[in-house]
Every structure is written in structure tokens, then in C-alpha cells.
Design a protein around this ligand. Structure first.
Ligand SMILES: [Zn+2]
Ligand SMILES: [Zn+2]
Length: 74
């Protein structure tokens, strides 16, 4: 199960309510890269988190200017 990068709830497609499972490792990595759009592999729509309604459309909302690369998650 994948957690939403924004609200840390189980990442669920708002369109079809399917849990998002990255089909490849590239998709998994894309989760931590907000500039990479993700589409639901069930309905094919741009993935929108069911819980926080954040679209994974490759456009990051409120970009942080703090800089600093994100470390790898364990
Ligand atoms: Zn979310
Ligand atoms: Zn879907």
C-alpha cells in the first residue's frame, strides 16, 4: 500500500476509489517527485488523492522555497 505524499493516508484514486499501486519502480519513485504526473492504472484518469484531493498532475501546489533535497525514505 502506498501513502499519499501529502496527507499520508493510503493513496486512493478519487475517481474510481481504487487504491493506487505503482505498476513499476519508476512510478513508485514518481510519487516523491511532484513534477511527475501520475495516472490511475484502473481508470486512466490523473490520480487525485481521495482524502486530500491533491492532484498528481505534475504541477506542485505551493512550491516550497526551502530547498534541500529530500532524503531517501526508509
Ligand atoms: Zn492525500
Ligand atoms: Zn481511478
Amino acid at each position: 500500500m502506498i501513502d499519499c505524499a501529502y496527507c499520508e493516508q493510503p493513496l486512493t484514486c478519487d475517481n474510481c476509489r481504487a487504491e493506487y499501486l505503482p505498476p513499476t519502480e519508476d512510478h513508485y519513485r514518481a510519487l516523491s517527485q511532484p513534477d511527475t504526473p501520475l495516472t490511475c492504472n484502473q481508470c486512466g484518469e490523473i490520480l487525485i488523492c481521495h482524502w486530500c484531493k491533491t492532484p498528481y498532475d505534475g504541477v506542485s501546489e505551493g512550491e516550497e522555497a526551502s530547498g534541500g533535497p529530500e532524503g531517501p525514505t526508509p
